[in-house]
Design a protein around this ligand. Structure first.
Ligand SMILES: NC(=O)c1ccc[n+]([C@@H]2O[C@H](COP(=O)([O-])OP(=O)(O)OC[C@H]3O[C@@H](n4cnc5c(N)ncnc54)[C@H](O)[C@@H]3O)[C@@H](O)[C@H]2O)c1
Length: 251
């Protein structure tokens, strides 16, 4: 028998931990998840942030994704305060632009530490909790750079995002029979700080020469894909890298 499909994404009472939450995509995602009824624990490296002050659905806590102690403490506090943790969105990341022959040792280490170790570090902390409940959704943010090799971003960034895609597949494969879904969203260029300022020094190129849709993405374009992967609407989707890029990459 064919069952009727469910309606719009309903995340009522689901507890979400989100990293990199004060960034462009993190903010849009925090609000999008809260709009679906989720209780959002928004984290970022800053000791405090007023970004979410006006929104009582979102609770800000500092979390440096490169610190195992910080990750363990925040996750333990979320469990103590809310008694559950259903969804982890791993959005913290940094970009650099150096090609392979210019990559500095500390640049490579820092990009890998935040972008790859940071994803592993939070996943490591939440997977046992999700296994115990037999349910959990993990959504990491990869990048089109991990698919195409980094057209504007550098060698370290492209390598780190390729690693995120592979890590998510490993988590998905090893936990699919425990009710845990792990996926990544791979955005193309999104208007905002990382693309406009960090990668292009405040002078981003004309989107018409880059993207078939002739516009760069918005943080909300990415947030909606993350909501899909966090919601019951994606309940048979795991181990995928969802490309959201205005048609820049078609496979
Ligand atoms: N903006 C784009 O064009 C684009 C494209 C593809 C992928 N992405 C990815 O999307 C994610 C979000 O990017 P964004 O555009 O919002 O960038 P952003 O720079 O606005 O946000 C990144 C956030 O990560 C946080 N962060 C950095 N180091 C951290 C640490 N050690 N611990 C905790 N938080 C830390 C920053 O404080 C910042 O708030 C990143 O992983 C990025 O690589 C972005």
């Amino acid at each position: 028998m064919v069952m009727p499909s469910s309606g719009p994404a309903d995340l009522a009472d689901k507890v979400v931990v989100l990293t990199g939450a004060t960034g462009d995509i993190g903010q849009a995602t925090s609000w999008a998840l809260a709009d679906c009824g989720a209780i959002v624990v928004a984290t970022d490296i800053h000791e405090s942030s007023d970004v979410f002050d006006a929104d009582e659905r979102i609770d800000y806590r500092p979390l440096d994704v490169t610190s195992r102690a910080s990750a363990d403490e925040v996750i333990a506090n979320v469990m103590a305060d809310h008694g559950r943790l259903d969804i982890a969105v791993l959005a913290a990341g940094i970009a650099t632009t150096n090609p392979i022959d210019k990559v500095e040792e500390d640049e490579w280490a820092t990009v890998m530490d935040i972008n790859v170790y940071g994803v592993m570090n939070i996943a490591r902390a939440v997977v046992p909790i999700m296994r115990e409940r037999g349910f959990g959704k993990i959504v990491a943010i990869g990048s089109i750079a991990g698919r195409l090799g980094g057209v504007a971003s550098g060698a370290a960034y492209a390598a780190s995002k390729g690693a995120v895609h592979a890590l998510i597949k490993n988590i998905a494969r090893n936990n699919a029979n425990q009710g845990i879904y792990a996926n990544a969203v791979a955005p193309g260029p999104v208007s905002g700080t990382m693309w406009g300022e960090v990668i292009h020094g405040g002078n981003p190129p004309d989107p018409a020469s880059w993207v078939p849709t002739e516009r760069f993405g918005t943080p909300s374009d990415i947030a909606q894909a993350i909501v899909y992967l966090a919601s019951p609407q994606s309940n048979w989707v795991t181990g995928q890298v969802l490309d959201v890029n205005g048609g820049m990459l078609m496979v």
